[in-house]
Every structure is written in structure tokens, then in C-alpha cells.
Design a protein around this ligand. Structure first.
Ligand code: UDP
Length: 458
């Protein structure tokens, strides 16, 4: 029998990075709207990035666990593998403690017990902990369905050998069901890179698939995916033994008209469609050399720009550089709402690393993109943006050269913003995707109905 809303309680586990917290929080809000209580578990360092909302997010309780990553020490300064194992160790302990006290409350305690654990991407260990406590678990996949499919083929269907042979020649490509042909640079970077920085990634993603295979909920197993039906119709159906359920886009596209930040004033002062917005997400590091090449591209485009640079050098030459660049544009270290920027009529192009959050936000605001993917899923996201949804162009990397030159950024910016055929088509496609993305996010649309079905099964 279906349980009443007041008896259902989801324990939601998220990786503590903003690109994960934002969509997981959006998921929590939608679940609460359906009358289900949510407890949101992540590392304490991430809880402070959750925007204070007014009124408070009723129905969601936040719980944090401590790590040895306090103020000032960041995973990128350190060893990512160590950070991941720290999250797993501290997160599992906290989760186990919470599930034990939930079990105790089933026997008459005051707390509402958990009906289900929903664990987001990068948190496969949470499903194991839930199983040990006999609590059912569902994966919330925060990236496109296409990325999930690629990992599935790699880990489960024997495509690993072919992918391990991937090389940079233009003649190498792989055809995976439900997917366009993918070259080496279109695949998640850690599948093809031998870099030590990625050593942690293969076992971690593999664990996701091992955990899914070991669950015995009766096929096909449900996986909630941060995408929507019309965006990835083939990728969503590509794995018959799994039920990929689109419940996205997990982004809030509502513009805050009260946002009176100085960067919004800057945008207000510029003509429609004239500004280049450049931003590369919440954590991917860029070298100083690369930052200067991006700057060169922005400058030589001759257009106004709004450029987010998170970690800036604190020296005089940087201050001088910023002073020089700000004759043409504006540099900020962060914007409180990227959606407000992308929704602004003066923004004509988004130079982006193609994190999935940023990509969905660009789709939802109808802004064509210059794609500068840096790692992992961003490579495939950029491929989809350029060749499938056709709302952007990807910068070309010269062979053996890590840094993308300023002229290449300029070339791509011009292609997106100028009057030529290609630019016209991208801008038109971006407007079409804006309508489809906004439609998909509405109450009563297929993603909302899918979420309802999932919740009613709890
Ligand atoms: N973001 C923001 N302000 C900024 C830049 C980014 O609020 O100045 C948000 C953006 O809206 C997105 C998230 O940070 O929701 C970045 O997520 P994404 O998946 O694009 O990239 P990641 O940070 O995971 O690389």
C-alpha cells in the first residue's frame, strides 16, 4: 500500500562539490514539494555553500560530517585520491550512525525512519552502507545519460579494450549504442588518460556499476538521471536492463530580479546580446598561462565581457592586468547566481568548461556556448553541445600542446557571436533548447511525472 507523505523520508547523500550540491539540493526541493521529508547528508565544508534561503527550506534537514579539509585547504591543493577516501571514510561512519538511529526509531523513537537512501554520483559506497542496514537505495545520476551509458559499456559490456586503444588520430572513433561517434577527446578523460591525477577515478566509477549489479531489486532497476526526455531520447533507452528515469533538468532557471550586484549593473549597461560571459565552474584549476590566453581571446574579440576567475594571484602585476582588462570588461571572483547572468539579455555567449550544471543552465537560458572542456564528463558534454544539440563550438587543442591559445578562443567567440550562418544556427538552436529545457522543468511535465511515480513507489 502507498504510504502517506508524512511517513516517507528520504536520506539524500551528496558529494561536497558545488556542481553536485546544486542539483542534489534541487532534487531535494522537488521531493519535498511532493510531501516527502528529506535529510541531506554531505561534508560540513559543503554545507556553507548552500544558499541561505528565506523562508528556510522547510522539509529539508541538513546534516554534515567533519573531514580534515577545513578552511583554506582544498582538494586540488592536495591529493584528490586522499580527499575522496576521506569523504568515504567519514561519510560512511556518519551514514551508518544515522541509519542505526533510524532503525531504532522504527521501534518507537521520535525520529521519522528513512524509507530510502538516494545517493548521488561519486557516492557509491553509500549504497553499500544502506544495504548493510537493510535500507533500499537508488542512484541519482547527476550527469547526462550519455555519460552513464559510456561507463556502462566500458565497465560492463567489454568496450574497455577498444577504448584503451584510443588515440588522437582523427580516424579513431568508437560507436556506442545510443551515442554519436566519439573520438578520443569526446570520452570522459580518465578513461583515456594515463595521468596519475585520475588514478582514483576508474575504481570509483567502477564501484558505481559493481554496486548496481549486486543489487537485487528485480530488473529493470531504477536510476534517476539529471536530464530530460527530449534532450537524450536515445541515451536514455540504450541499456535495456536498467531503467534510466529522466527527472531533470535539476536546475532552477528562475531569475532573481532583485539581484543588484555590480556585475548585474555592468550587464544592464551593455547592448542586447553583446557580452561574452566566461566561467569555468567551481573547482577546476586553470594555469596562469591558460588564464592569460583566455584573456587574450576576450580582449582581441573587441567585445565586452564578464569573466569569473576564482583564484587570482595576489600580486601587483595581477592588479595591473585586471586594471588593463577592465577597460573592456569586468572580472569577478564569483557570481552569486550564474542563472541570473545567463538570463540577462545582454549576454550573447558563454565560454564554459561544460560542467553539466553550467551546460543545463546555458540550455535553459538559451545562450550559445564556446566549449573549453577540461576533464571527466566535460569532454562528452562539449561533444553533445557542439554536434548533437548544436548550440556551440568547441575550442581546438593543438596536438601535444596543453594550452589553448587566445586566437582559438577569439575564433570560436566570433563564430558564435557574428552574423555568419553558423552563428545564426547556434543562436536559433539555443532559443529552441531554451523553450524545451524550460518546458521540461515545469510541474506536470514528463520529468515531474517521472519523479511522482518514483516517490509513489516509496
Ligand atoms: N556557479 C555559480 N557562480 C559562478 C560560477 C558557477 O553559482 O560564478 C555555479 C553554476 O551555476 C553551477 C555550478 O556553479 O550550478 C557549477 O557546476 P558545474 O556542473 O557547471 O561545474 P563544476 O563546478 O562541477 O565543475
Amino acid at each position: 500500500m502507498e504510504k502517506g507523505g508524512d511517513e516517507r523520508h528520504i536520506l539524500l547523500v551528496s558529494f561536497p562539490g558545488l556542481g553536485h550540491i546544486n542539483p542534489t539540493l534541487e532534487f531535494a526541493k522537488r521531493v519535498v514539494r511532493l510531501g516527502v521529508k528529506v535529510t541531506f547528508l554531505t561534508a560540513k565544508i559543503a554545507l556553507k555553500s548552500i544558499p541561505r534561503s528565506s523562508p528556510p527550506l522547510s522539509g529539508i534537514t541538513f546534516v554534515g560530517y567533519s573531514t580534515d579539509y577545513g578552511e583554506g585547504r582544498k582538494p586540488v591543493d592536495d591529493n584528490v585520491a586522499h580527499f575522496m577516501s576521506e569523504i568515504q571514510l567519514r561519510g560512511s561512519n556518519k551514514l551508518s550512525e544515522m541509519l542505526s538511529s533510524s532503525a531504532a526509531s522504527e521501534e518507537g523513537g521520535r525520529q521519522l525512519p528513512f524509507s530510502r537512501l538516494v545517493y548521488a554520483t561519486l557516492m557509491p559506497w553509500a549504497a553499500e552502507v544502506a544495504r548493510a542496514h537493510h535500507v533500499p537505495a537508488t542512484l541519482l545520476w547527476l550527469q547526462p545519460a550519455a555519460i552513464f551509458d559510456i561507463y556502462h559499456y566500458y565497465f560492463n559490456e567489454g568496450y574497455d579494450e577498444e577504448i584503451n586503444q584510443a588515440n588522437n588520430s582523427s580516424s579513431w572513433s568508437i560507436h556506442l549504442p545510443g551515442m554519436p561517434n566519439l573520438g578520443r577527446d569526446d570520452l570522459p578523460s580518465f578513461l583515456v588518460s594515463k595521468s596519475k591525477d585520475f588514478e582514483y577515478a576508474i575504481p570509483l566509477y567502477k564501484e558505481h556499476f559493481t554496486v548496481l549489479q549486486s543489487f537485487d531489486e528485480g530488473p529493470p532497476q531504477d536510476i534517476l538521471v539529471n536530464t530530460f526526455e527530449s534532450l537524450e531520447p536515445d541515451a536514455l533507452k540504450a541499456i535495456p536492463q536498467l531503467n534510466l528515469i529522466p527527472i531533470g533538468p535539476l536546475v532552477s532557471l528562475i531569475q532573481d530580479n532583485q539581484n543588484s550586484s555590480d556585475y548585474m549593473e555592468f550587464l544592464d549597461s551593455k547592448p542586447k546580446g553583446s557580452v561574452i560571459y566566461a566561467s569555468f565552474g567551481s573547482h577546476t584549476p586553470l594555469s596562469v598561462l591558460q588564464i592569460h590566453e583566455i584573456g587574450q581571446g576576450l580582449k582581441t574579440s573587441g567585445r565586452p565581457f564578464l569573466w569569473v576567475i576564482r583564484d587570482t594571484p595576489n600580486d601587483e602585476s595581477w592588479v595591473n592586468y585586471v586594471g588593463e582588462m577592465e577597460k573592456q570588461g569586468k572580472i569577478i571572483s564569483w557570481c552569486s547566481s550564474q542563472v541570473d547572468v545567463l538570463n540577462h539579455p545582454s549576454v550573447g555567449c558563454f565560454v564554459s568548461h561544460c560542467g553539466w550544471g553550467s551546460t543545463l543552465e546555458s540550455l535553459g537560458c538559451g545562450v550559445p556556448m564556446v566549449c573549453f572542456p577540461l576533464w571527466i564528463d566535460q569532454m562528452t558534454n562539449a561533444k553533445l553541445v557542439q554536434d548533437v544539440w548544436r548550440i556551440g563550438v568547441r575550442v581546438k587543442k593543438e596536438l601535444q600542446i596543453e594550452i589553448v591559445k587566445g586566437e582559438e578562443f577569439k575564433r570560436c567567440i566570433e563564430m558564435v557571436m557574428m552574423m555568419g550562418l553558423e552563428g545564426e544556427e547556434m543562436r536559433k538552436n539555443a532559443q529552441n533548447w531554451k523553450l524545451l529545457t524550460q518546458e521540461a522543468g515545469k510541474l506536470g511535465a514528463s520529468s515531474d511525472l517521472n519523479l511522482n511515480v518514483f516517490i509513489n513507489k516509496l
